[in-house]
Write a protein that binds this ligand. Structure first.
Ligand SMILES: [Mg+2]
Length: 179
């Protein structure tokens, strides 16, 4: 029986904050970089409301999905390699329903061939979904994962103060941790 790897989309596969920051700078006549986003709740560190910040994320997906870089070059090849090692790849993403067609375009453009794509529209915890291992950049998504499930934190500037036993910097680092 193959094991299921649930992989988050935003900031694990798609480096969406790079494009978010670019759009933020354009709108606010500002000059920040991704490394400046040191808190999960962006509205607590930048002059933007939570609603505005969230709708900017949706807009980036809708209008600028072609500009969103993957977190690593040829990331689709890494997914393929994981599949050859008998892992089932489930993309597990919480998002605005309106962004769905653009997510699909982005995955295709980046040659990411997942086994399933689960979009969460409400606030139910990701930990209840069927997977063996979840890779996510959000501490709140991995903190309540219970054995035998496992959570792997994907390093991003906003999660550096979160202490977690397994942290990876790139998706290909997974090969060092998977059984
Ligand atoms: Mg994420």
């Amino acid at each position: 029986m193959s094991k299921t790897l649930a992989i988050d989309l935003d900031s694990v596969l798609a480096d969406v904050v790079v494009t978010w920051v670019d759009e933020y700078n354009r709108l606010k006549d500002s000059n920040i970089i991704k490394e400046d986003i040191i808190a999960w709740d962006i509205h607590t560190i930048l002059p933007i409301t939570e609603t505005e910040s969230n709708s900017l994320f949706s807009d980036v997906w809708i209008y600028r999905w072609k500009d969103i870089p993957p977190t690593q070059n040829r990331i689709g090849n890494i997914i393929e390699k994981l599949k050859t090692q008998n892992y089932r790849i489930s993309i597990l993403t919480r998002r605005d329903r309106k962004t769905l067609p653009y997510v699909s375009n982005w995955l295709e453009t980046n040659n990411i061939d997942c086994d399933d794509l689960i979009c969460v529209f409400d606030s139910i915890p990701k930990s209840i979904y069927p997977f063996d291992i979840l890779i996510d950049d959000a501490p709140q998504n991995i903190v309540d994962i219970k054995f035998p499930k496992k959570g792997i934190l994907f390093d991003q500037p906003w999660n550096r103060s979160f202490n977690w036993p397994i942290r990876i910097n790139r998706l290909s680092d997974l090969f060092h941790y998977l059984p």
